[in-house]
Design a protein around this ligand. Structure first.
Ligand code: SF4
Ligand code: SF4
Length: 328
């Protein structure tokens, strides 16, 4: 990996260069929440933040999108190849994007996702952890790939890791300077300090087996408060389920095909023709969700969103700790 340094005073110059590449989306504070949205000026961005409400996946896989329209026997696919920049993405969310890449870029490739992913620069940024973060327990506290540039905050300047050819091209601008041993050591020290602030820990060894063998009474207690609202899925950076529907005019000559995020916590998610439902109860749906996130494969990146935004106050890490038998 190559490195450079960028003075904070020169960040606006980088921002202008990013704008020259495409539309820039950055974290912005809105009504007390931080959200990714399009910005025209670097001053609009909130660069020190903990987590956004929705993860940055919404840029690659929008909550709702028309994927094609049709009239008679002809149809037009809505493939979006617009160039864009995702600025200020934290390590956990970059690792979340990498997990989605495996789903949408591996065969069969999802062209709608792939076009946006390939045309979007990802600029990573040091995070500000809170008591709900547990990325270090799931190996997502550091991004080794999945970005074009990653900016490590050193105070008055950034140590910049260069993660792609496009990132390298950007780093050739005169306002990037050579990084030396001092900046590298300081970045490593600050990184250790930041990791030390992540106090939440969860041992996931064998968690898939523990989830499978948890008794009926235990599950009923764990899910007693759950409203089956699906919020935990909607805010999760690695949830990938979507639903597709065709919306037709009354004469069925014209219409559009729309896909929307779906949630495995909703009752109709596993409903099939004939009225059979594979997961009719909240217990079954929670078991499915936990197995998907921390079962055989760990797909959770420890961002804490599902706990922070659960309207019933269900704590994801506490639930897993109870299953392990180590809850406080
Ligand atoms: S957000 Fe909370 S209440 Fe809603 S489905 Fe998820 S666990 Fe249940
Ligand atoms: S399961 Fe919860 S903590 Fe884990 S990545 Fe999804 S939202 Fe974040």
């Amino acid at each position: 990996m190559r490195y450079a340094k960028l003075s904070k005073a020169d960040f606006p110059k980088l921002f202008e260069a990013l704008k020259g590449y495409g539309e820039v989306f950055a974290p912005v504070e809105e009504k007390g929440k931080v959200v990714f949205r399009r910005v025209e000026n670097l001053k609009e961005a909130k660069l020190e933040y903990t987590r956004t409400l929705l993860p940055p996946k919404k840029l690659f896989l929008p909550p709702e999108e028309e994927i094609l329209s049709f009239e008679g026997e002809t149809y037009t696919e809505k493939l979006d190849g617009k160039k864009a920049v995702l600025l200020g993405v934290h390590a956990c969310d970059i690792n979340g994007i990498l997990k989605l890449d495996r789903v949408f870029l591996d065969a069969p490739r999802d062209e709608y996702y792939a076009r946006r992913r390939e045309n979007t620069l990802v600029i990573g940024l040091t995070c500000v952890p809170d008591k709900y973060c547990f990325c270090t327990s799931v190996g997502s506290g550091y991004a080794s790939s999945g970005f074009d540039l990653f900016l490590h905050d050193l105070g008055k300047e950034y140590l910049v890791r260069i993660g792609s050819g496009e990132g390298y091209r950007l780093s050739k601008a005169e306002y990037f300077k050579e990084a030396g041993e001092a900046e590298m050591k300081l970045a490593a020290k600050l990184e250790e300090r930041r990791k030390g602030r992540i106090k939440r820990k969860i041992n996931l060894a064998g968690m898939g087996d523990l989830i499978e063998t948890e008794g009926k009474e235990g599950w009923e207690e764990l899910t007693r408060k759950c409203l089956a609202c699906g919020t935990c899925n909607l805010v999760c950076p690695t949830c990938q389920c979507y639903d597709v529907s065709d919306l037709l005019t009354l004469d069925i000559r014209k219409g559009s095909r729309v896909r929307r995020w779906d949630s495995c916590m909703l009752k109709r998610h596993a409903l099939v023709a004939g009225g059979l439902n594979f997961r009719p109860t909240v217990v079954e749906r929670t078991l499915n969700r936990l197995s998907c996130k921390v079962g055989e494969e760990v797909r959770c990146v420890g961002c804490g969103r599902c706990t922070v935004y659960c309207p019933a106050g269900i704590d994801f890490v506490e639930m897993l700790s109870t299953i392990r038998g180590v809850a406080k």
